[in-house]
Design a binder for this molecule. Sequence first.
Ligand SMILES: [Fe+2]
Length: 254
Amino acid sequence: MTAIQFLTATGQKCSPIRQEFILLSDVLGLSALVDSINHARPPAATENTVLGPFFTTDAADVDHHGSIASEGKGEPLFVSIRVLDTHGKPIAGAKVETWETDAEGFYDVQYEGREFPDCRGRLTSRDDGACEFWAVVPVAYPIPSDGPVGSLLRSLHRHVFRPAHLHIMVEADGYETLTTALYPEGDEYLKSDAVFGVKKSLICKIDTVSDKAAGERVRAKSLPFKQLKWDFVLASKEEADKVREAKMEKMRVK
Ligand SMILES: [Fe+2]
């Protein structure tokens, strides 16, 4: 197959819910490279990572302590995050989007006849910068491999797995939008992510909580329950511009 034939086949595999070209960019490491150049951040801010091909714009609004996942989609996970600026000040009113696969390793858009968005939701941070919601414990999953990108990976003797992760996007006025993901520690694919999305600073811990009062506060259906806590730190647009300019200056040929 020639390069032109390969790119044509990649284009022909795309559909409104199948983004084979994004996937190609991802497995080549191009998405991660462009992302790291375009989204350079000050060291205090949370790092960006790849958006991936499964973000949709139709996630439902979720109440605090509500669930982004419908019943039976996986092991419940309570996610407690805060949105902060680089000085540790809470950012209220930030728009938080989150999405993940179910326990089978599939995003809702990968199911035929998808009726409603599932395992994805949208929240707004409270005055203390917090967002708390129920999700499911992320699992590792294979990227779609029945198209040209899968053939490419097989010919390169590369596996097709991504480590377990929870995608998060945070937007707030005056701040650089953060598109990132959290990767629970211990996953066998953390060091060989098929799309090069893992960053050390984004590896998180999932705790097992047995405390009854804690369970009642978060409306856990049973004890113990799983919990993930994380602070997302946003860079202001000014801070991000400064870092970007410095990076571009370093790359400029003199
Ligand atoms: Fe993903």
